[in-house]
Design a binder for this molecule. Structure first.
Ligand code: MG
Length: 447
């Protein structure tokens, strides 16, 4: 269950702050409320307004109309994983997280709402080109200024609205994780304002979805065995084990012997060369759910060869950089499964597009995690409620995820499933005290 302080729709009146509206640092919130950034430059009321498209009115009655994004603020929080996550590219322990908060105001109701997004970029550019410090810079200097002042149809069709966000941000090449952060924040704001949940907007009826767990490299077999046993005891329906050259077939075979009925998948994060992947042939008789990303992300032809050679499904993660890549994967027969990560594909809109293309191509899906806070996981849980997800998603953790309290609450498992957030927005607002405790840096974006 996603813990949250309140399911109530939180709508903030835009005007001089009274008391503690929202939970954003008072300095930034006050600046946003009077339509100016902390640097003193006007926000949202100047020239260059971008028009975002909308669609049919939502369940709130369609009375909100067009609104404007009057503030884009960034917050960097510093978290640390309670248990280091070991992969073929190293160990993740430090987890800086870039958050974006947008403030939307105006429309016929003369109100407004805040929305929060999370950037999935890791501390270092090892899993992907993007990394937290780089995301911070591009959000502050390029993406945030483009979004500031844009108009948004607050109660329109969410996919149309997010498509508009994508168009506004599309002038900047790449940086999909950073774009997903802003897209999530806009989605949160318009959904919160119109009283809709993300699940409702996506047409997801499931209230709970199956959750899997991820464990690191099995370089210490006893420790990994304990981790997997803990995940099973906690109720996780599936376990993903990282592998790397020299730490693959032997330990995975040993784990399989300990957990003969467990759904196990392995993830190499592209660590193998074309010839080196021969070593993974020994995984093919272990009844694994899939072998994920054995080769370099660019090597789709190599993956197609492995997909023909192995009975075990080949799954692609890093190779699928955007929705259109799904068509390429299908055309080449490079995989029969795709790891869908909204935070890495550019956001909810691109993820829904990728989902549609994968369904048409009869490619199975599952939702991978990015060591996110409960905010990012709430989005993943809602998206995982769409049809076609054949494996449980990385939606929870088998142990406390972070040393510090998660500003967005925690993800709790019940009978192997996590709750799909049903409140307005994509998830609960952050807790002010917990956010303040882990905030390292904050800035208001200026045009
Ligand atoms: Mg992966």
């Amino acid at each position: 269950m996603v813990a949250c302080g309140s399911d109530a729709v939180r709508i903030i009146a835009v005007g001089p702050p009274s008391g503690a509206p929202g939970c954003f640092p008072a300095r930034l919130l006050a600046a946003a409320s009077v339509g100016r950034s902390v640097s003193g430059r006007e926000v949202g009321a100047g020239t260059g307004t971008s028009r975002l498209v909308g669609g049919a009115p939502g369940p709130a009655g369609g009375a909100l109309g067009a609104a404007r994004i009057v503030a884009v603020d960034l917050v960097r929080v510093e978290l640390h994983l309670a248990v280091g996550h070991r992969t073929s590219y190293g160990e993740e322990r430090h987890r800086p997280v870039v958050l974006a908060r947008v403030l939307v105001e105006g429309g016929e109701s003369a109100g407004g709402a805040e929305g929060w997004g999370e950037c999935a970029a890791l501390a270092d550019p090892v899993y992907d080109e993007e990394y937290a410090a780089g995301a911070w810079a591009v959000l502050r200097d390029h993406l945030g200024p483009r979004l500031l002042g844009a108009e948004v149809d607050a109660d329109g069709d969410l996919m149309h609205t997010l498509s508009g966000v994508g168009q506004v941000l599309g002038a900047v090449r790449g940086h999909r994780m950073a774009k997903a952060c802003l897209e999530m924040a806009v989605a949160d704001a318009v959904l919160r304002w119109s009283g809709r949940s993300l699940a409702f907007a996506l047409g997801v009826e499931a209230t709970h979805v199956a959750a899997g767990a991820a464990v690191g490299l099995p370089d210490d077999l006893a420790r990994t065995r304990d981790e997997v046993a803990g995940a099973v005891a906690a109720g996780f329906a599936r376990v993903r084990v990282k592998i790397a050259p020299g730490c693959d077939v032997g330990p995975v075979r040993a784990l399989r012997s300990c957990f003969p009925d467990l759904a196990i998948q392995v993830d190499a994060n592209g660590a193998y060369g074309h010839d080196g992947a021969r070593a993974l042939d020994g995984l093919d008789d272990l009844g694994l759910a899939c072998i994920e990303q054995p080769l370099d992300p660019a090597d789709l032809l190599g993956h197609a060869e492995l997909a023909r050679r192995w009975r075990t499904p080949v799954c692609l993660d890093e190779s699928v950089r955007d929705a259109a890549d799904v068509d390429m994967v299908a055309a080449l027969g490079a995989a029969s499964m795709i790891c869908l990560k909204p935070a890495r594909l550019g956001g909810i809109g691109p993820a829904v597009d990728a989902h549609r293309r994968a369904r048409l191509a009869r490619i199975g899906l599952w939702c991978g995690g990015m060591l996110q806070t409960a905010r990012g996981r709430a989005v993943d849980a809602a998206v995982s409620g769409l049809p076609g997800f054949v494996l449980a998603g990385d939606l929870g953790m088998s142990s406390p995820a972070f040393v510090e309290p998660d500003p967005f609450g925690s993800v709790r498992l019940r009978s192997g499933r996590v709750e799909v957030y049903q409140g307005a927005g994509v998830g609960p607002l952050p807790d002010a005290d917990r956010l303040r405790a882990v905030t390292a840096e904050e800035v208001s974006v200026a045009r």
